[in-house]
Design a protein around this ligand. Sequence first.
Ligand code: PMP
Length: 320
Amino acid sequence: ISSLILMSDYSKYIWYNSNIMPWEEANTHVMSHVLHYGSGVFEGIKCYDTEQGPSIFRLDDHINRLFQSATLYRMKINTSKEEIINGCKEIVKINDLSSCYIRPIIFYGYDTLGVNPKGCPLNIAIASFYWGAYLGDEGVEKGVNTTISPYQKISHKSMPTIAKASGQYMNSLLSVTEAKSRGYDEAILLNVEGNIAEGSGQNLFYVKDGVVHTNDKDSSILLGITRDSILTICKDFDIKTKVHSYSLDNLLTADEVFFTGTASEVTPIRSIDDNLISGGNPGPITLQLKNYYMDIVMGKNQNYNDWLSMLNYDISLKNS
Ligand code: PMP
């Protein structure tokens, strides 16, 4: 239940095409292009309640990826990155939130219903709202039970998997609903080559003999910002990493396996199709990386202050 957006979690306002408006009024017509073809690109960003006040984690990187996703889908955006970055900050402040999720989305609205979105307006909305642990409090703590999805991950040759695009998530939806229907917490998708791609909404890492492994965009994954954070943290803390394509066998024989994602943070994987990983308990390197990551997002490691956008009014004035 903690991973659902409950009615009580809804916020008061939404940023919609450069205006702040009541949550209930930020609507679009049922004949909007996005509703029929999934023609939107979006981001998932987190704001943490740090000792220095609310802090949005890697905001600029998320907005850069949003624009990259838009470029890959040939969307022409007339709004600047700065305006969207400021919109994200504004919508957190105006909703009076400290710990929350931020969801910017750029989508084709209502005009033509041809697949070619010619003439359809590009709308931009930014929502902020409270969201509990994506994989549940217990999952984050003790690890999640996963299954290999019977649905293949869409190939980066069919769709740009490095883009975070609405329609691409039907692939994720199929795999996660199927996994849940068999009692698992989350799905792991194989790519067209039969190697590991990623989770339905997470990147995947494994640890073997003290080395941290993950794959790259050639494996048809989204290049997660948390993935990048973990690779950077490993480098800074002298933990060896190897980025390469890998197979299910690598995972099943790994010492530790974990998911990364903005919403999932660092979540240990307890089992894959009932095969226990590291005896069913989170492994030491997973826990170490999780602690480093949580300290950083919570503003407890000064070396990573560049990754934080502080919303404290005085601090943001000083920084601007
Ligand atoms: N892969 C997919 C398919 C995702 O939806 C996400 C979540 N955005 C990730 C990976 C992790 O990306 P990030 O760390 O940027 O949240």
